[in-house]
Design a protein around this ligand. Structure first.
Ligand SMILES: NC(=O)c1ccc[n+]([C@@H]2O[C@H](COP(=O)([O-])OP(=O)(O)OC[C@H]3O[C@@H](n4cnc5c(N)ncnc54)[C@H](O)[C@@H]3O)[C@@H](O)[C@H]2O)c1
Length: 351
């Protein structure tokens, strides 16, 4: 594997004794941004691999979203099969804060799987280079509602490409995963008059289905339901070579990261004429909001406008992919590469 990262710190936390990886993939467009994942892995090497892959993905995501930032990621490798105590967790967050501080502003961390705004406040006790602290302490708070807003913008753009109109009313969507993002997406779709199939492995989420008048289905049944758009909002890897031939949707667009089980799945979707909204384009709303509010100093309405422009970016990608007979995944990667090759640094975006 080619080493394309600018710097990678792998360290056993001084306080927590847990393996911590802070990977800075690129600062070509400006300071690297990317969340802090606290997750159980079988080994620290698995955590390292994840940090390398995710930080590279953040570079593409920021570039394609038009942000003056590069990509980074932190992974705190939790011990498999044992939960950590509150003290261990706090110690690990302080360890992360110290490493981020040592990078001198080249990288700004934020929430990711296993962490939230309250954890960012703890990291903030060691470094200023942290996004999404609670609003009460001056941060932009939970990014999930903004990710959901961006996903709904992506769904409008997807409907425009499928039906010639961005209207959501009367369209049928299957949302898989009703967590922080998926629940908000489902609520916004229901409010817009869409028809919903909802799914989650957590049976407690059935009540959301009842509240929104939706059909609740098991994940596999929801994934293969006859709908206009399938909306993955759980874990990655949903779109496998086994699932794609069984899909009965016109398009797939959602929040989940790394939806393609392998890159070749993008071509299978294209062959079946199922339109795929590249995940890192559709789910950029959270990072766009954080950078917009906390780096660029935008007012909330400006941040929302930036998030909603995800729809225009996607529309452009759908058109490019159709015109040049490439996958939408390729079109998105080409866009990110182009923007990375011609950085237009702004004073506010640079380290
Ligand atoms: N939160 C954000 O701002 C954000 C930003 C970008 C990308 N994402 C991505 O969006 C996805 C959802 O994020 P989230 O913050 O809502 O996570 P979350 O943990 O709050 O919710 C995930 C939900 O999916 C359910 N789930 C897990 N496995 C499932 C399965 N196999 N089938 C059906 N349901 C399943 C869980 O029970 C949970 O309700 C993740 O892939 C995440 O990486 C989130």
């Amino acid at each position: 594997m080619e080493f394309s990262h600018e710097s990678v710190v792998v360290r056993r936390g001084r306080r927590s004794r847990l393996p911590i990886v802070v990977a800075v993939h690129s600062t070509a467009l400006g300071r690297a941004v990317g969340g802090c994942r606290m997750w159980a892995y079988d080994s620290w090497e698995d955590g390292l691999r994840d940090a390398l892959r995710l930080s590279e993905g953040m570079t593409r995501k920021c570039a394609a979203a038009g942000l003056p930032n590069g990509g980074g990621k932190t992974v705190v490798v939790l011990p498999a099969g044992r939960s950590v105590t509150a003290d261990e967790r706090r110690a690990a967050l302080h360890d992360v804060g110290d490493i981020v501080a040592e990078l001198g502003g080249a990288y700004v961390t934020g929430p990711d799987a296993g962490t939230g705004p309250a954890d960012m406040a703890v990291i903030g006790e060691r470094t200023e280079n942290v996004f999404c602290r609670p609003e009460a302490v001056g941060g932009s708070g939970d990014p999930s509602p903004f990710t959901a807003l961006g996903v709904v913008a992506a769904l409008r753009s997807t409907c425009l490409a499928l039906f010639g109109s961005p209207a959501l009313a009367g369209r049928r969507f299957a949302v898989i995963g009703l967590g922080h993002v998926g629940e908000q997406v489902a609520r916004q779709l229901a409010a817009a008059g869409a028809d919903l199939v909802l799914s989650d492995v957590d049976p407690a989420k059935r009540s959301l289905g009842a509240e929104l008048g939706a059909v609740f289905a098991e994940p596999d049944a929801a994934a293969t339901a006859e709908v206009d758009v399938l909306v993955p909002a759980a874990l990655g890897g949903l779109l496998t070579r086994d699932l794609v031939p069984r899909l009965r949707c016109g398009a797939v667009a959602g929040a989940a990261n790394n939806q393609l089980a392998d890159p070749g799945v993008a071509e299978l979707l294209r062959e079946r004429e199922i339109l795929w909204a590249p995940d890192y384009i559709a789910n950029a709303g959270g990072v766009v909001n954080a950078v917009s509010r906390e780096v660029l100093g935008d007012e909330p309405e400006e941040a929302v406008k930036r998030i909603e422009s995800i729809a225009d970016t996607l529309t452009g990608l759908f058109e490019t992919a159709a015109r040049t007979k490439i996958t939408t995944a390729q079109a998105a990667d080409d866009l990110a590469r182009r923007l990375l090759a011609s950085p237009v640094p702004t004073a506010r975006g640079l380290a």
